[in-house]
Design a protein around this ligand. Sequence first.
Ligand SMILES: Nc1ncnc2c1ncn2[C@@H]1O[C@H](COP(=O)(O)OP(=O)(O)OP(=O)(O)O)[C@@H](O)[C@H]1O
Length: 357
Amino acid sequence: MKIGVAMSGGVDSAVAAALLIEMGHEVVGYHMKNLPDSLFEIVPETKKVCCSPSDTFDAFRTAKILGIELKIIRLDEIFRARIIDYFTSEYKKGRTPNPCVLCNDYIKFGALMEKALEDGMELFASGHYARIIEHPHYGISLAKGKASHKDQAYFLSMIKKEKLSKIFFPVGELTKEEIREKAKSLGLPVHQKRESQELCFIPDNDYRRFLSSEGIKLPDGDIVDIAGNILGKHHGLAFYTIGQRRGLGISSKEKLYVIDIDTINNRIIVGPYEKTLKKRFTAAQPNWLIDIKDGELRCQCMIRSTMKPEKASVYSEKDRLTVEFDNPVSAITPGQLAVFYVGDVVLGSAFIESVES
Ligand SMILES: Nc1ncnc2c1ncn2[C@@H]1O[C@H](COP(=O)(O)OP(=O)(O)OP(=O)(O)O)[C@@H](O)[C@H]1O
């Protein structure tokens, strides 16, 4: 089979490509570049991000060792329109965006995958820790990686259902240690390479510099308690997230957490931990990976990629969802993604709109 592989220059996609070659497929690597190389000279990487010039170099040398062709695909324009502009506009609205989930649908399994399919590739693979399975009840489904140390299915849950039959995750059954071992045994220099940690378009992780370069002004404002007493000053709403405790710069006898971001009055509201615990929220722009009817759905839900899935009911009416956890959950954050699972299988996801107190 002809299979295109999204090659980042990292170890996971290198091993994904190697496994496909071992299976006897005809493999072509696709490396996308979405940002000008000069960005990484002006704004040096402080934490590892994907898509830097050194990643392009690594993708080339990996392809050379594996003996496959590597195509470089420039996607600057669509990346700017779909990802960077969305990111800044969400911040303007006081929401906390999740650009990586949209990048997976619009860019990696969007424009990049389309290019590979246009070239005649029959499937498109990546180095994500996830699986595409044939589920007895739901049919072709997205599932968590088998031995995953991190749940990347969460970040893939916005991919449209009709694309799943064209996608393959060759490392979804492996542990990170097995992947590194495999890369080492193949003599791939990237076997020890770190994973990406930060957003590619903010390589220095300095959101203030980035937003100001996008022309977003972030005025200072008050940090207040639930009763409205002023406890301190914030330096731009965008730099605070629901549930945050550190870096608030206020002194108080009890531990205080951000419980609300009030964009209308440019205020941060803080309160005790219990006030960060909420059960119900609304969500919009759902992407369903199973056939769904309006009504109630019992499932597990994650509102952060790092949390333990919690039991919840999802009530859907057209494109509006109301989600209710069985037990309260901390820091439900507008703009972030709620992902719905049954066991390892992803049923769908939607963006959190508003949280009920
Ligand atoms: N610039 C890129 N070009 C092509 N594919 C990419 C690029 N960046 C990431 N990918 C694809 O997305 C997958 C996940 O990337 P991400 O950076 O989130 O995770 P990672 O665990 O660091 O993966 P890797 O070790 O392969 O870099 C990669 O394995 C690769 O298939």
